[in-house]
Design a protein around this ligand. Structure first.
Ligand code: BGC
Length: 371
């Protein structure tokens, strides 16, 4: 064989080998490789969801069923792809926390068509009938606890109130805001608080119960999109625009821990802010440290171990041919979705140790200055 021919035949062998390999790998993901339960979570970029992954792994360590966890990284496109991958792996149950409640509809409709049972996890998938069950915390109670904390921890009247909210693509953002508004509104109406950063909220200050459209208007002005950076930029803009009478001792409704920490940093660095009370949720480790250090006032602890247990318990019931136990239902805009709901616990510096360390949720060594 001359040198040229040798090179060409070598190239051919390489090509044939790589084609064969490609065929192998696509068939191994394409065929039923025996996953029973598929789990899709919104993003690895927020500690909240990494925590859910860990709690699922802990809970599944001794399970006889096989599971696979995929992250959607804030993209509904990636989420759809993840669901398709899991469908191709033969899942019977899909546990999914949507990136965007409406956009996830088409992904779960594809799953339903294959006879898969769909469990919405923490966030409700909206405006589709392709959701069978919903496992969730009491999200209205989360918002009410945040609002009540502010009421209980300010003094005097005319306290400037800065409102922030979650992403409008997440149904929970509305539930949290609804809960907060239900307790704050009477205290805005009676002059305890004055709203500092939303003309839409000011226009609605005498309306006790807001419609979804009314809440959308407020969210349009004060959403963080669940993004700490966006929260920080908004807080900076609001404080730059605020008149002197909107500074001093203030109250801040922050929707979760990630956004609370970045908003708190902005308020802490403004010399005209004398003190601030600020809410949060998720009991993220970094926020527990902020609470110990007096930089964040409270958080709402949602014990993810319970949510994971409920979701997996439901999945196992379904795999075993039993009907899962539910405790109520949520309307998702299209249908009543049977739901199992879990309570939440309000944390401040006085009870973090009892609720988080003594209960084995976190280790004391993960914090400094814990009393
Ligand atoms: C969850 C929160 C979380 C937020 C941002 C909400 O749907 O309930 O726990 O902080 O999304 O990811």
């Amino acid at each position: 064989m001359n040198k040229r021919l040798k090179t060409i035949s070598l190239m051919l062998v390489v090509m044939i080998l790589s084609l064969a390999l490609a065929a192998c790998s696509s068939s191994s993901t394409g065929s039923n490789s025996g996953v029973n339960v598929g789990i899709v979570l919104p993003t690895k970029d927020e500690p909240r969801w990494v925590q859910d992954e860990q709690r699922f792994k802990d809970a599944l360590a001794n399970s006889e069923y096989t599971t696979e966890i995929l992250f959607s990284q804030g993209s509904s496109g990636k989420e759809k792809e993840n669901v398709e991958t899991l469908i191709n792996k033969g899942i019977k149950v899909l546990i999914i926390s949507p990136q965007d409640g409406d956009a996830a509809g088409s992904a779960v409709e594809a799953a339903k068509k294959e006879g898969i049972t769909v469990i919405s996890y923490d966030r409700l998938i909206t405006n589709t009938d392709a959701v069978d069950y919903y496992v969730t915390f009491d999200s209205v109670a989360v918002g009410a606890a945040q609002g009540q904390y502010l009421i209980d921890n300010v003094q005097g009247t005319n306290v400037p109130l800065y409102l922030y909210a979650g992403a409008a693509s997440d149904n929970n953002a509305f539930l949290f805001f609804e809960g907060a508004w239900s307790v704050l509104q009477p205290k805005i109406a009676d002059g305890t608080f004055k709203i500092a950063n939303s003309s839409e909220a000011i226009a609605l200050k005498d309306t006790a119960e807001l419609t979804r459209d009314q809440m959308s208007k407020i969210l349009g002005q004060v959403t963080t999109n669940w993004d700490p950076n966006e929260a920080k930029n908004k807080a900076q803009t609001h404080l730059t625009a605020a008149a002197a009478d909107m500074k001093g001792n203030v109250a801040v409704l922050a929707p979760n821990d990630g956004t609370a920490r970045s908003i708190a940093d902005v308020f802490a660095s403004d010399s005209e802010i004398t003190s601030y009370a600020i809410t949060g949720q998720d009991a993220e480790k970094a926020s527990i440290q902020y609470i110990i250090d007096g930089k964040q006032s409270m958080t709402v602890f949602k014990d993810v171990r319970t949510l994971v247990q409920d979701a997996m318990g439901m999945a196992v019931d379904i795999l075993d041919g039993k009907t899962p136990v539910t405790t109520g239902s949520y309307n998702n805009g299209n249908t009543e979705v049977k739901a199992k709901q879990t309570d939440v616990i309000v944390l401040n510096e006085d009870n973090v140790k009892k609720e988080l360390i003594d209960s084995g949720y976190y280790e004391a060594s993960e914090f400094t200055g814990l009393k």
